[in-house]
Design a protein around this ligand. Structure first.
Ligand SMILES: *Cc1c(COP(=O)(O)O)cnc(C)c1O
Length: 391
């Protein structure tokens, strides 16, 4: 049987995109216009309208989108930004990169998103912004985040890297806070063929500032009014993204169908597995489908017991099924943040979830047969484990 990858980008390319993308990219190559130009402005306009914002500013990556957003809001040394501890490093790394301090909040284990109920306790006089992350494509309760932000006069930067197309109460993520930051890394729901990102906002002044910052702090060529960076969206990537944007809704629907098929298969076969729930008031776009495998074992002979999650993952691998661990260490426990002084157990729910999560294969072209094999692989593990445990 052929292996099942965590995701396979070649399937959509060869079946759906190759003709259109190669034609458009060849035309662009022949045009000689590789930086700037209409490919960029066309995609920025299309993406702004998709998200429902007035402005979109393309840039080189999701990481740069977050960095530029913080810079455009003048968040720097002395400022604190509240964010989730259970996310990709870029979320906090950019807060640190502008000289501000990330303040980590624990998660709701049901959504893996920051627990909004714990945000207020993390606010200090230095707090300038909240940075919610719509992790794995499931939206944060943005109504609750915005209520706290309004009450405490804070800015909100949404990390939408994994959530293009997700919604909270009918509004697209990235259009609810002051700024939305998107990544078009190839594995995201809308992925380029390389690095790319974008920032969305309704504030014209912020959009103008972002454009200055992404291009060496120059409002006019060779007049530099502040220290910026070089973070443009390449014309080739914009050309590809413009084509792929037309398929985003379809792909997100396919992901949702795959998620509900996993739900059905797992519910009937595997009570041991905690399934990720769909949000009650929003729309998830399932960048990942991450189950939890609670670890019941206790240490014997002073040895750390091997995690159930790791044993299940190894078993799946023997059957050619690849799964992934996002994320094995919450950010407050990363070596780079040791100086912030978060001890072990300080944000306990994220630490527990980091030992339990397992992302099953998830991409729009995953077949029903492959999903059945994944669930059969899980079932097989638990059947064997029960058998071993009996005398
Ligand atoms: C991918 C990702 C980023 C960074 O995006 P890049 O385009 O890889 O720089 C930021 N935040 C989250 C939550 C991500 O998943």
């Amino acid at each position: 049987m052929s292996p099942i990858p965590p995701l396979d980008l070649t399937r959509q390319y060869t079946t759906l995109l190759e003709a259109d993308v190669s034609t458009a990219v060849l035309a662009l190559l022949r045009s000689g216009r590789y930086i700037g130009g209409q490919a960029i402005t066309d995609f920025e306009a299309a993406f702004a309208s998709y998200v429902g914002n007035d402005h979109c500013v393309g840039c080189n990556s999701g990481t740069d989108a977050l960095y530029l957003a913080l810079r455009a809001l003048d968040i720097g040394p002395g400022a604190e930004v509240i964010t989730s501890t259970f996310t990709f490093i870029a979320t906090a790394e950019t807060i640190s990169a502008v000289g501000a301090k990330p303040v980590f909040v624990d998660i709701d284990p049901n959504t893996f998103n920051l627990d909004v109920a714990q945000v207020e306790a993390a606010i200090t006089p230095a707090t300038r912004a909240i940075m919610p992350v719509h992790l794995f494509g499931r939206p944060v309760d943005m109504a609750a985040v915005m209520a706290i932000a309004t009450q405490h006069n804070l800015l909100v930067i949404e990390d939408c890297a994994q959530a293009a197309g997700a919604q909270w109460q009918g509004r697209q993520v990235g259009s609810i806070g002051h700024i939305g930051c998107f990544s078009f890394f190839p594995t995201k729901n809308l992925g380029a063929c390389g690095d790319a990102g974008a920032i969305t906002t309704n504030d014209a002044a912020i959009a103008t500032r972002l454009k200055v910052l992404r291009e060496h702090g120059q409002p006019q060529r060779y007049t530099h009014t502040e220290i910026g960076i070089n973070s443009r969206l390449d014309a080739i990537q914009a050309t590809i993204l413009q084509i792929k944007l037309n398929y985003l809704e379809q792909w997100n629907q396919q992901r949702a169908a795959i998620a509900s098929r996993y739900d059905q298969l797992l519910a009937s076969a595997l009570p041991e597995v905690i399934r990720p729930t769909a949000p009650a008031q929003g729309k998830a776009v399932w960048n990942q489908y991450s189950i939890r495998l609670p670890h019941a074992g206790s240490a014997t002979n002073g040895q750390q017991p091997e995690l159930l999650r790791d044993r299940v993952r190894a078993h799946l691998q023997t059957q050619g099924i690849s799964s992934m661990i996002y994320y094995p260490i919450p950010l407050h426990r990363q070596p780079v943040y040791a100086d912030l002084g978060y001890g072990e157990g300080s944000l306990p729910r994220s630490e527990q979830v980091a030992q339990e999560v397992l992302a099953l294969p998830m991409f729009p072209e995953l077949t029903a047969t492959e999903q059945e094999r994944v669930v059969a692989g899980l079932q097989d593990y638990f059947a064997a484990a029960v058998h071993q445990a009996s005398p």
